[in-house]
Design a protein around this ligand. Structure first.
Ligand SMILES: [Zn+2]
Length: 161
């Protein structure tokens, strides 16, 4: 792992950004990770690249809590879909790339839903979030099997098997 401190921050231009580069080898590919974090303005961006490029669409069936531990390398351009709960996470300017697990994807979504449930202005939105949370609990218990699909036209995302 390489770490470069006191770099120019692209947002606030203070010399308080830290760049980190890392490399990890998996069975079928190498993953290059990089991130920039600024201690002055809290700017953070991370992404990854995979060599060689991977299949643009990959899916896995998850039927029990143990299978939620499957790891995935997700670039900032990846689209993640779980049709059983109508979830589609699409990339935007603030998207990051990182290595996570199916469980990690769900828990991130869970936090968003909890926020929505507790603070959405529209009662209907709160109710929807509450129902969606119930489905997530069932997935965690293995009561709802899911299909997780990762799509990335750049080839920089993959399920790690
Ligand atoms: Zn900054």
């Amino acid at each position: 792992m390489d770490e470069l401190k006191n770099q120019d921050c692209p947002v606030c231009h203070e010399k308080t950004a830290t760049l980190i580069e890392d490399e990890r080898s998996f069975k079928n590919f190498k993953c290059f990770l990089f991130s920039i974090t600024c201690s002055s303005c809290n700017y953070h961006k991370s992404d990854l690249e995979i060599e060689p490029p991977q299949e643009k669409k990959q899916s896995v069936n998850i039927k029990n809590p143990k299978e939620l531990k499957i790891q995935l390398a997700k670039s900032s351009e990846a689209i993640i879909k779980i049709p059983e709960i109508r979830l589609a996470i699409k990339p935007d300017v603030s998207s990051n790339g990182y290595i996570t697990t199916a469980e990690g994807i769900l828990s991130k979504y869970k936090k968003e839903l909890e926020e929505e449930r507790d603070s959405a202005e529209d009662q209907e939105d709160r109710k929807k979030a509450k129902n969606q949370l119930k489905k997530l609990w069932k997935i965690e218990l293995g009561e709802i099997p899911i299909t997780l699909t990762i799509e990335d036209s750049s080839g920089n995302s993959a399920l790690i098997t």
